[in-house]
Design a protein around this ligand. Sequence first.
Ligand SMILES: C[S@@+](CC[C@H](N)C(=O)[O-])C[C@H]1O[C@@H](n2cnc3c(N)ncnc32)[C@H](O)[C@@H]1O
Length: 290
Amino acid sequence: MTAENSTADLTAASDTTVVSAAGEPTRPPLYGRKVLSFVRRSPRLDDRLQRAWDTYAHNYLLSGINAGEGSLDPRADLTLDTAYVQRVWGNANPLVIEIGSGQGENVAAAAEAHPELNFLALEVYDPGVAHTLLLAGKRGLRNLRIAQVNAPELMKAVAPGVVSEVWTFFPDPWPKMKHHKRRIVQPELAADVRRALADGGVWRIATDIEDYALHVHEVMDGRDDFANAGALTVSLPTEHVGKGNAADAAGLPHADFTESERFEGRVLTNFEKKGLAAGRVIHDFTYRTR
Ligand SMILES: C[S@@+](CC[C@H](N)C(=O)[O-])C[C@H]1O[C@@H](n2cnc3c(N)ncnc32)[C@H](O)[C@@H]1O
């Protein structure tokens, strides 16, 4: 089993610090004025994760897909089509993509439980990528690959109809009002996910942040290319709150929205555990193509 390109590319991709002439860290130039759903950080990997990277990257981490050294953008001519799937996974099984896979607990468990499916984990954060490599390597998974890439940009490179499911579980909440635009679920991503999905495919989303749940409904429920396939009725405030006025939410006008039962294919990750421990309600969404 080999990923597409060389190990040398992969290790270069983990060294992401960019320094200005004055010696100050700067944002890499490739990002232009794009609104990003993540903050670029490049902490050192501890020994265990560095070892995992060195041992397993060549098997699992897709290299040669980034626009340049240290870039989290996909290269401009990348197309993730059925030929690419055949080349990388070695078969034409249905492809599931997890956007923002974090430590990889979920995608690794799913890949282990479903050898009949192909999985692609998209994550930007070095330690998350390294931990996913560790899980994949230790379990000897053959149907999982990882791309260290800005997920919304990668989704633009997916050919129409190639993906059977997209998962976005516990996306970064960006609680301040002025940061809501950084939330990864956005109309542009929804359109790209729809195009990538085969007819009948689903986008599964989960969040433990009530205000994010309202945000998902606003982005997704009015679309004519997705149907909300949930069967649960949930009452939510119909106005947004931010970090400063989150406590006001209960007193705001509420309305009923449709959501889903907990997705049984999701393992309990640390993010979900933290949300539950804090007494938050988990909101699950299933949007099916139409
Ligand atoms: C709150 S964590 C949740 C992780 C995982 N889904 C879980 O449930 O445990 C959100 C993850 O999304 C990743 N992320 C945020 N924006 C991203 C982007 N544009 N592309 C890829 N990953 C992203 C973050 O680095 C982080 O690991």
